[in-house]
Ligand binder design. Structure first.
Ligand SMILES: C[S@@+](CC[C@H](N)C(=O)[O-])C[C@H]1O[C@@H](n2cnc3c(N)ncnc32)[C@H](O)[C@@H]1O
Length: 267
């Protein structure tokens, strides 16, 4: 890695900012479906059917859980991560599969890989952490093979639940303790984000350099207190049906969904 490459990057990033208080059924649903949607998109081969076994790079792989899943699906998976804490966890988790996993320390804006060396690049929950998202995109484009795919999944801070949260703030204050740890309401962008993730900003990211394949939403109403209360207190079958129905709506209306998944193809 070039000297100074990690300047300004939180090289000890941890998950403290991510999880606000106790996780409810909405959070388990969201995290599970964000992961499966991202991995499905990585594997999807348009009309021909699913595809596994190529070289995939997980940029900002965090603790390496997704890299492990990719390996178990047959990919040659590489993970890149600047945080030493996260990388240590990823190395521990992927220790048994050294020959198929390559974990590296570095940043998205200076990828330590050869040109045109990956079939897929994925980036889950991380693009809005990058200091220079356009430079990261240029680097991702460089390491992708012709027709290679980039899959980005990102939190939507213009989601319906965020809009409702902001609008109903005076009423929700009463139950503040139910949905946050007192320091940050869920609709406020965390300090370590470099831009607001929403449909417009996400789609504009790849507009110049990639061909858009598709995009959709995952989950609806995440963290909205009344929704979480209902999910916790309703019979589990009703709770699970409600989550699935809301997810279907979110899929069709990504501007309102909690997470947006986009796939682009290298032109
Ligand atoms: C919210 S975490 C997501 C981690 C993982 N992709 C996941 O889904 O669990 C964001 C990650 O972005 C990493 N990160 C921050 N700035 C980065 C950069 N410039 N290049 C690469 N990764 C970066 C952080 O260290 C952190 O692991």
């Amino acid at each position: 890695m070039a000297e100074g490459a990690l300047d300004g990057v939180d090289v000890n990033w941890g998950t403290e900012e991510l999880f606000l208080g106790e996780l409810g059924p909405d959070s388990f649903f969201l995290f599970g479906h964000m992961l499966s949607a991202t991995l499905d998109e990585v594997a999807s081969r348009d009309e021909i059917g699913p595809w596994f076994g190529g070289r995939v790079l997980d940029v900002a792989c965090g603790a390496g859980g997704d890299v492990a899943q990719l390996i178990s699906s047959g990919w040659e998976a590489h993970g890149l991560e600047p945080s030493k804490r996260m990388l240590d966890l990823a190395r521990e988790r992927n220790g048994g599969t050294e020959e198929k996993t390559l974990l590296a320390r570095g940043i998205a804006e200076a990828l330590p890989y050869r040109d045109a060396s990956f079939d897929r690049v994925m980036c889950k929950g991380s693009f809005d952490h990058f200091a220079d998202p356009q430079l990261a995109l240029a680097e991702i484009r460089r390491v992708l093979r012709p027709n290679g795919r980039l899959v980005v999944s990102i939190a939507n801070f213009d989601a319906l639940s965020c809009r409702l949260g902001k609008a109903l703030k005076p009423i929700l204050r009463v139950t503040n303790a139910d949905f946050n740890d007192g320091s940050r309401p869920y609709w406020r962008i965390p300090a370590d984000h470099t831009f607001e993730g929403n449909l417009r900003t996400v789609l504009s990211l790849g507009r110049q350099t990639f061909a858009l394949e598709r995009y959709y939403g995952v989950s609806l109403m995440w963290s909205f207190p009344w929704w979480v209360w209902m999910l916790k207190h309703a019979p589990s079958r009703l709770s699970s049906i409600s989550l699935r129905l809301a997810n279907r709506l979110g899929r069709q209306h990504p501007s309102m969904a909690d997470v947006i998944v986009v796939s682009w193809r290298k032109r």
